[in-house]
Write a protein that binds this ligand. Structure first.
Ligand code: COI
Length: 363
């Protein structure tokens, strides 16, 4: 057994995939179906705090059927990516931001916080162990999924007394099968993702579970994604099933829903706000009524709409529909601001451009 930085002990898999198997897996990448040979983990108890930090073989978990996560959904997660640069080096994008959000999600779900340095060390140790799994093909990356679950076997409703933190890694291509192509959105008017005082700002599995039925209905009608309105007034855009949303108007002003506690504070969202400000564009974080958006799309004063997230990167939205409307944004193609932001962000992430904001961390 060797020891990685910050004491994640490495217990190598006794059955890693062969080079030929890994090469074959890396040749046909979609999103979230392939997993690397290892996972990182640590355990929390009230007596010992976080302990047992290690990287070990990716394998099924042993869990009591009474584990609290299976009954009351005490689970949080993160999503970030590692990118291979042209010189072969591997870099993570703003992992400290994910570490901070993970701690904030833990507080909301009454779970123990994982120290930022433990979070960062788990990423480094896992990527270092499975370095050959970081793709080098255009646009592909290694998606990292840190998560925490309540494992105490107990059926009373209170915060659990035992937790497992894990990180798994998945070599990925684009989230949407067609890559940087406009997607179509169904605006859910009867379902909401989160309400005031709820868990909307946390990266909590339950928020995503709540999005599944409306997402399924959107898919059944031929749409790629669902967009939610706020639960309090049922009038303002919030976010998609797992992505933030932006609107560009005819004056080049960029609008995005303000962080009201019901929306995820996306790392890509905040990076886009920085890039737009750097370009000198005006950004407005505010309420965005659906009626304002539809009027603007119809009269041409709204020029572009796009979604963003770690998985989705920046994805143009070409069509918006709901019970009583169906509109095409602009000519339905990706607009100039959306395309420029996609290039600017991915150039930094893949090391093709300078990183003026010090976002990249070498792993
Ligand atoms: C991410 O973008 O990392 C997410 O967690 C969203 C999910 C739809 C994959």
């Amino acid at each position: 057994m060797t020891t990685a930085p910050a004491d994640y002990a490495i217990v190598p898999s006794s059955h890693p995939r062969t080079t030929a198997q890994r090469t074959a897996a890396l040749e046909r990448l979609s999103f979230g179906v392939e997993f690397t040979d290892h996972m990182a983990r640590a355990t929390w108890t009230p007596e010992e705090g976080w302990q047992g930090h290690r990287v070990e073989a990716f394998a099924p978990l042993e869990l009591s059927p009474a584990a609290a996560v299976l009954h009351y959904a005490q689970e949080i997660f993160e999503g970030l990516k590692a990118y291979r640069h042209a010189d072969g080096s591997v870099w993570a994008f703003r992992p400290e931001a994910n570490a901070r959000r993970f701690a904030a999600s833990a507080r909301r779900l009454a779970m123990p916080e994982l120290p930022e340095e433990d979070f960062l060390a788990s990423i480094s140790a896992l990527v270092d162990t499975d370095l050959e799994w970081v793709p080098s093909t255009e646009g592909a990356s290694l998606y990292l999924r840190p998560f925490m679950i309540a494992t105490e076997p107990f059926l009373g409703v209170r915060p659990a007394q035992r937790y497992e933190y894990l990180v798994i890694a998945s070599p990925v291509g684009p989230y949407f099968v067609n890559g940087f192509q406009p997607v179509s959105i169904w605006v859910a008017q009867d379902y909401h993702r989160a309400g005031p005082g709820g868990t909307g700002h946390a990266k909590f599995g339950g928020n995503y579970a709540a999005s599944l039925l409306p997402q399924q209905r959107a898919n059944a009608q031929g749409f790629d994604q669902v967009c939610f309105l706020d639960a309090a007034t049922r009038t303002n855009l919030e976010e998609l099933g797992g992505m933030n949303v932006f609107v560009v108007d005819e004056d080049g002003v960029v609008h995005t829903p303000a962080l009201t506690g019901t929306i995820l504070e996306g790392v890509t969202r905040s990076s886009i706000l920085t890039l737009l400000t750097e370009e000198g564009l005006e950004v407005r974080e505010r309420d965005i009524p659906l009626t304002w958006l539809l009027d603007g799309v119809r009269d041409g004063s709204v020029r572009e709409v796009f979604a963003c997230g770690t998985a989705a990167v920046i994805t143009p939205i070409g069509r918006l529909a709901g019970e009583s409307f169906d509109v095409t944004v602009g000519d339905g193609a990706a607009g100039p601001v959306t395309s420029r932001l996609f290039d600017r962000l991915t150039d930094i992430q893949f090391g093709r451009a300078q990183d003026p904001h010090d976002w990249m961390r070498r792993l």
